[in-house]
Design a protein around this ligand. Structure first.
Ligand code: HEM
Length: 238
């Protein structure tokens, strides 16, 4: 497994505070041993998306199947879930629009990204063999997640509205919407499990970019070498 020295995952206290302060309003700047990766507004939007996603999931699952009915107790019963779920869905869609706007300019898939997300490229990645010096701020897999989440959110919103206001739509549209809503949330959920794993346990040093807003230089050099060079001004191989 790829790992970075424990010492590098910590930051010297004084400089660390300075880096966190810079991360309130800036990103892509070097502060001591750290690089600011996500400004505060980006982190807040990301966590609102994540929170509303899980409210949708945990209010939706007990409506979906009685086997998961126990989850309804978290919210005060099934009738509460039925009221809360569509509104949480609206909140999730609105927060996702903000997330889309904040990141879309950085998520264009390049030729290198397209190679990254082929089966061969992904295999190299999971074997930790991709020494691709051309990985920018986000790799191909992260960009794919971004676009899949955007598409999935549109699908969930449209089908969810049909299910919410059934009398406004013909029967075949309602039936198709139930099927698509269930398929979309299942795929979305599987994708988010992978995302959480990669953002936490699989790659030590990544989660802090969404908490503190900063990463260590060594993390950036290892996982996003081109971004590291752009931000620090170092030459390739230097
Ligand atoms: C508890 C759940 C979650 C955790 C722990 C988590 C963690 C993270 C972390 C650590 C990053 C930064 C990665 C980096 O800097 O390289 C990130 C980015 C991102 N997250 Fe999440 N996230 C969660 C939920 C979600 C959800 C529900 C969505 C979408 C619906 C989402 C969408 C994204 C996107 C699009 C990015 C930017 C691209 C990427 O880095 O993959 N996240 N997340």
């Amino acid at each position: 497994m790829r790992s970075i020295p424990v010492a590098d995952q910590r930051s010297g206290s004084g400089m660390g505070d300075a880096a966190m302060a810079r991360a309130r309003s800036t990103e892509d700047v070097v502060v001591g041993d750290e690089i600011v990766r996500e400004r505060l507004s980006a982190r807040v939007v990301h966590w609102i998306v994540a929170l509303t996603f899980f409210v949708c999931l945990f209010t939706g699952l007990p409506i979906w199947t009685p086997y998961l009915g126990f989850l309804a107790h978290l919210f005060g019963g099934l009738h509460v879930c039925r009221i809360l779920h569509p509104w949480a869905g609206v909140a999730f869609a609105v927060a996702s629009v903000f997330m889309f706007v904040q990141w879309v300019s950085q998520m264009k898939l390049t030729k290198a990204d397209r190679e990254f997300i082929t089966p061969k490229g992904m295999l190299r990645y999971f074997q930790y063999r991709n020494e691709d010096a051309d990985v920018g701020k986000y790799n191909g897999g992260q960009k794919l997640l971004f676009w899949a989440a955007a598409l999935g959110t549109v699908g969930l919103l449209i089908t969810g509205l049909v299910i919410w206001f059934p009398l406004e739509f013909p029967q075949w549209v309602r039936e198709a919407s139930y099927l698509l809503h269930d398929a979309a949330f299942s795929l979305f959920f599987a994708m988010i499990i992978g995302h959480i794993y990669l953002g936490t346990a699989a790659e030590p040093g990544t989660f802090r970019s969404m908490i503190r807003g900063t990463v260590t230089k060594s993390w950036a050099r290892l996982h996003h070498p081109r971004w590291y060079r752009e931000v620090t001004g170092e030459k390739a191989g230097g």
